[in-house]
Ligand binder design. Structure first.
Ligand code: NDP
Length: 311
């Protein structure tokens, strides 16, 4: 019987655990604050920002928001970042990606005060992570580690194949899993678009992590018997196209109304036949990413306010 790893349940537990730390901070007169910065009016980014603000309210983190006009100069965005670096009520903030083309996202990240970099993208935080001394683990890889831990899957000694080498998922996850640490000690293969014979690399793995952005790239034939499958992908697929492709595909009413449905990078049904455990999309990695942003914000507040909390 394949275990369906319930990311919503694990994320909910993490949020509950955070409330104790938030109370400890409150007793010391500190309320953690998270700011979101949105440049432009991309609807998907707006949705992500709204969700992050709602998450904050639910656990007692104060949320702040800064809108920057999509046509503004990079200097205007940098000014907003400088203000947040100075603001004592903001312990952490994220600049929602993507930023408009005329802005260099790497330069944006370099300007974030590393102690407030709750995404964990600043070069100082990346360096610390690689050196085995992470301050803020990037939210998605950290969420994946928590999912594995909760599912009782120890990476130690396991062969892990990660498909995708992005700076926000594949690379940091690979670095975390090879660390000489209790939640590391895995042997990791990182694949990408130039990888030869991807199926051979995924089939031989004990744990497969798909972070590609290609709908259902990885099917059951690419999964070894009994492997654990973590699907990071979030892809919008046109409902009508999908229906004509496969009349058996189930879509709920809300999907139909929106005209799309969300699918992962893994073909769930065929992969489930082979896997011992698998994350669904939605309801797997996504909620964990959001929960770990709250976790990092509480950690940032603890560091800046010099209040020890149990995390
Ligand atoms: P990127 O686009 O930054 O990276 C994608 C990676 O996949 C690249 O390394 C690319 O290779 C590789 N790739 C692309 N096509 C193939 C292929 N056919 N075979 C093998 N490798 C391939 O993506 P992200 O890491 O930002 O995101 C990946 C997915 O995860 C997306 O669907 C995104 O929406 C989702 N996501 C979900 C999150 C969540 O919380 N659930 C959080 C973050 C992302 P190359 O480097 O050679 O180009």
């Amino acid at each position: 019987m394949t275990e369906i790893i319930d990311g919503n349940a694990v994320a909910s537990q993490i949020r509950d655990d955070l409330t104790a730390a938030i109370e400890t901070l409150a007793d010391a007169g500190a309320r953690p604050g998270l700011a979101t910065v949105l440049m432009g009016d991309d609807p998907a980014s707006q949705t992500y920002v709204n969700m992050k603000q709602r998450d904050c309210e639910e656990v007692g983190i104060e949320s702040h928001h800064v809108d920057v006009d999509g046509d503004a100069s990079p200097a205007e965005l940098y000014d907003a970042i400088a203000d947040l670096n100075e603001d004592p009520d903001v312990h952490g903030y994220i600049v929602q990606a993507p930023v408009p083309d005329h802005v260099d996202y790497r330069e944006v990240i370099r300007r974030v005060d590393p102690i407030k970099d709750v995404d964990g993208f600043h070069p100082e935080n990346v360096g610390r992570l690689v050196a085995g001394d992470a301050r803020f683990r990037p939210c998605t890889p950290h969420g994946i580690q928590k999912l594995l831990e909760t599912a009782g899957v120890e990476p130690e000694g396991k062969d892990v194949t990660i498909v995708g080498r992005s700076d926000i998922v594949g690379k940091p996850l690979a670095n975390l899993l090879i660390q000489k640490a209790e939640d590391g000690n895995a042997t990791v293969t990182v694949c990408h678009s130039r990888t030869d014979d991807l199926g051979a690399k995924t089939r031989s793995a004990d744990i497969v992590v798909a972070a590609v952005g290609v709908p259902e790239l990885i099917d059951g034939s690419m999964i070894g018997e009994g492997a654990v499958v973590i699907d990071v992908g979030v892809n919008r697929v046109d409902v009508s196209e999908r229906r004509s492709e496969d009349s058996q595909t189930a879509s709920d009413q809300s999907d139909t109304e929106k005209g799309y449905e969300l699918v992962g990078d893994v073909e769930f049904e065929s992969a489930k036949e082979k896997a011992s455990a698998i994350t669904p999309v939605p309801g797997g990695v996504g909620p964990m990413t959001r929960a770990m942003l709250l976790y990092n914000t509480v950690k940032a507040a603890s560091l800046q306010e010099d209040v020890a909390v149990d995390l």
